[in-house]
Design a binder for this molecule. Structure first.
Ligand code: AMP
Ligand code: GLY
Length: 438
């Protein structure tokens, strides 16, 4: 056991970070987890302390790590990674887990990611990039619908339009290249063919050379039931993803994960951190990459970490020491389901400041209400402060039970304008031969 992890700094303040803080704080290697900025959920966790610094305040975070004698820093969201937080920390001699900026481009630039996949033969949708409206319009008119239009840079999972008609595709191009709906992120767009199949999230820890796969998971990106409505950051997640059986997992490792690690190392940008492959698994069980993220998924992290029995701090230390080839992760065999409770208006502009009622005082080991966009009021009560507010998670003997427990937990809390999807886990239930609606 190393003494060096006694104080951990976790950067971020969403649902993923509540789950990470909760899990990191349970490690016997850890005395205290500082979370910057955290949320009302992390504020209430034992051995966790919020620090009022933004995730993108790199100077402030570096100073904090020094002042507090932090032994290890873990980065939750993509923005500080793309901005080079790991370079800053490691160049200052501090232990920090995540990819350097050059490797974070796998998420930070869709054009970089697509070109990288082409260079290394990693299966993905055919694509073309555009910065000018007219050639982009000509391209979609040539190819027709359905077709997918994406803002090139970071847009919090929302800069993607799956256009089923040519008119929708043209509108998306006008919005992105004409009106710059996503600011700098949409100065360039990637247009790609539509993939079909079932989506799954596959996340590994990487030490730059070896990958330690986490359990599989599955997000629900669309706002509405039956996978309709606009794309969101994610409305709920399950683990494992039934579609990722042993054969599919082997293909993902061989065709996607290993080529990424080899390719990044060969290009002088070894990938150290959480590597997330967003995949479309076709009817034959072949994976195609939709996107890479250079961090854990949100909300996938919440049900995933409910299932992780190993010490996450030990796993991260092993990755930083380059010994993931000798590291294993143990998982609770039971499935987990996480249901996101959103504020009115999400994924657009949301209302904030609503009182959250019914927050549980105590939770059993098999269920957990993770906070995301929440804030403590001076009187100790908790109010909404973002689009995704809470994620109700539960383990169960099977998906049906996990889902019932997660929805029961979700039903016990209330805030004005709150809404959720009622069909999280519908693929898993269909695979079990159970109707997808409650
Ligand atoms: P992304 O931000 O790239 O993950 O895209 C968000 C969501 O849009 C994905 O999770 C998919 O549901 C959908 N999507 C993106 N690209 C494609 C594609 N080429 N084919 C089909 N669906 C896609
Ligand atoms: N849940 C999708 C993401 O984290 O990007």
């Amino acid at each position: 056991m190393s003494a060096r992890s006694s104080k951990i700094l976790l950067v971020g303040g969403g649902g993923r970070e509540h789950a990470l803080a909760w899990k990191l704080a349970r490690s016997p290697l850890v005395d205290e987890v500082l979370v910057a900025p955290g949320n009302a959920g992390t504020a209430g966790e034992p051995h966790v302390r919020n620090v009022a610094l933004a995730a993108t305040d790199l100077d402030g975070l570096l100073q904090l790590a020094r002042d507090e004698n932090v032994a290890l820093t873990v980065i939750g969201p993509e923005a500080p990674l793309v901005a080079g937080i790991v370079d800053r920390f490691r160049n200052a001699g501090l232990r920090c887990f995540g990819p350097r900026a050059i490797a974070a481009q796998l998420e930070g630039s869709k054009t970089f990611a697509k070109d990288f996949m082409t260079r290394h033969g990693i299966p993905t949708a055919r694509h073309a990039s555009f910065t000018e409206l007219n050639p982009a319009l000509a391209h979609v008119r040539r190819h027709g619908a359905p077709i997918v239009i994406k803002a090139d840079g970071l847009a919090a999972g929302k800069g993607v339009v799956v256009a089923l008609t040519l008119a929708d595709a043209e509108q998306a191009l006008h919005d992105m290249l004409g009106a710059h709906a996503f600011g700098d992120a949409s100065r360039r767009v990637v247009i790609e063919e539509m993939l079909s199949g079932e989506e799954a999230s596959f996340i590994v820890l990487s030490d730059g050379e070896h990958a330690l796969p986490l359990a599989s998971s599955q997000d629900h990106k669309r706002r509405d039931e039956n996978d309709l409505g606009p794309n969101t950051g994610g409305m709920g997640a399950i683990s494992p993803a039934q579609v990722v059986d042993a054969r599919v997992e082997q293909r993902i490792m061989e065709r996607v994960i290993q080529p990424v690690l080899h390719g990044m190392a060969a290009e002088g940008a070894p990938f150290i951190g959480f590597l997330y492959a967003g995949l479309m698994i076709d009817a034959q069980g072949n994976p195609n990459v939709i996107e890479f993220n250079v961090r854990m998924g949100d909300p996938e992290t919440q049900p995933l970490l409910m299932r992780l029995q190993s010490d996450l701090v030990e796993m991260i230390e092993a990755a930083l020491d380059g010994r993931l080839d000798r590291t294993e992760a143990r998982w609770d065999p039971r499935p987990a389901v996480g249901v996101v409770l959103c504020a009115e208006g999400y994924p657009g502009a949301v209302r904030k400041g609503d009182l959250i009622k019914g927050l549980p005082d105590a939770e059993g080991t098999d269920q957990k209400l993770f906070h995301a966009g929440t804030r403590q009021r001076p009187d100790g009560s908790v109010e909404t402060a973002g689009g995704r507010v809470l994620c109700a998670c539960a383990l169960g003997e099977d998906f049906r039970q996990a889902r019932e427990r997660a929805y029961a937990l979700a039903a016990s809390v209330h805030f004005d304008g709150g809404f959720l999807r009622r069909d999280i886990g519908h693929h898993a239930l269909a695979a079990q031969g159970v109707g997808s609606r409650e």
